[in-house]
Design a protein. Structure first.
Length: 196
């Protein structure tokens, strides 16, 4: 598995995922206010006042390679995503801690970002499995993960304590290396048709 350096950048037609930095702070604060995403109880989107600390936390974690998601048409950061729980020995990675401002959800941007990150994970990092995790109650996120072609591995019950004190049941999905060519073809086809 490749060295997973934090200098990873991927660029497509609509979106780029670049190393997260404090320079993205103001765009990300603006992004989180679009749809008041931080108020959704079943997500972990930072609130505007906590953005600087969240950027610092993500950058400092050795098991995480964080990205700012850049809308190529505006040049602005519209969200965050990460390679996390990196397991080099077993060639596994999770794509997670992802959020986008409301105005770019369900656009080609998210589909292309996932395609670029999956391509990097399977083709450069030589992963044998890429995982996605989300709250059992986050139906929008679960449907988006399923649309990628990921399969449900199972539900981890009472897996995490949320900020409001509730317990999160975590839905765990994955795409394995043998599925990647079909998933890639499907995502490329979706992207072409979304652009039309």
């Amino acid at each position: 598995m490749g060295n997973g350096s934090s200098s990873i950048s991927v660029e497509g037609k609509y979106v780029s995922a670049v190393p997260l930095a404090q320079g993205h702070h103001d765009d990300l604060v603006e992004a989180t206010k679009d749809g008041d995403l931080h108020k959704l109880w079943y997500t972990m989107v930072p609130d505007p006042n906590g953005m600087q600390a969240e950027i610092e936390r993500r950058i400092a974690l050795p098991s995480m390679i964080p990205f700012a998601v850049i809308d190529n048409s505006s040049g602005k950061a519209v969200g965050m995503t990460t390679f996390m729980n990196i397991d080099r020995a077993n060639r596994r990675v999770e794509i997670g801690s992802t959020w986008y401002r409301k105005s770019v959800q369900k656009t080609p941007l998210n589909t292309e970002c996932k395609l670029l990150l999956l391509q990097h994970a399977f083709e450069q990092m030589e992963c044998i499995c890429v995982e996605f995790r989300t709250h059992f109650f986050n139906v929008q996120s679960r449907r988006a993960i399923e649309r990628l072609g990921a399969k449900l591995d199972g539900i981890l019950r009472s897996n995490m304590v949320m900020a409001n004190g509730t317990l999160r049941d975590t839905a765990v999905y994955s795409i394995i290396a043998s599925e990647w060519p079909t998933v890639k073809a499907n995502l490329e086809w979706k992207l072409e048709n979304m652009a039309g």
